[in-house]
Design a binder for this molecule. Structure first.
Ligand code: ZN
Length: 151
């Protein structure tokens, strides 16, 4: 990873930890899911308000490491207002990014701020921290009543 992206990565992690976006329980949530990453101890609860296939609102609460929290915070800002289909596509791209399947520079740049999470792909344990919120969001979106675990 180049220096610029690494600095941006640290900035995003710090910023979203200090002031996580949408960090609250959503009172009008109609879909939700819980996620747990036993490897690191990250816990998350994602709340969604979905209407006509659109994520009208999203929030999360939980406790965990800086990466899991920053990832959840950034995800919430990106997924808000998206359709179920769009959210699914972004999830796939993010997943490919952190697992190292997405390598094209243009494709990575297209992800905007999310691109900073390219930094975790060299640290397999961190991939689970970064993707916990995303897996949990997908489970909430699909309306599945099950607990997500990264194991
Ligand atoms: Zn973690």
């Amino acid at each position: 990873m180049d220096t610029e992206l690494r600095e941006l990565y640290q900035q995003v992690i710090l910023d979203h930890n200090k002031s996580p976006r949408n960090f609250k329980k959503l009172e009008n949530a109609n879909q939700d899911a819980e996620g747990y990453n036993p490897l690191c101890g990250d816990k998350i609860h994602i709340y969604l308000n979905v209407e006509d296939g659109i994520v009208k609102d999203i929030s999360f609460i939980g406790s965990g490491c800086a990466i899991s929290k920053a990832s959840a915070s950034l995800m919430s800002t990106i997924i808000k207002g998206k359709s179920k289909e769009e959210a699914g596509i972004i999830f796939e791209k993010f997943h490919d990014l952190v697992t190292g399947k997405l390598t094209g520079e243009a494709e990575i740049e297209e992800l905007g701020k999310l691109a900073v999470f390219a930094g975790v792909r060299d640290f397999p344990a961190r991939v689970k921290c970064a993707s916990l919120a995303w897996h949990t969001m997908m489970t909430a979106l699909q309306g599945k009543d099950e607990k997500v675990t990264t194991e």
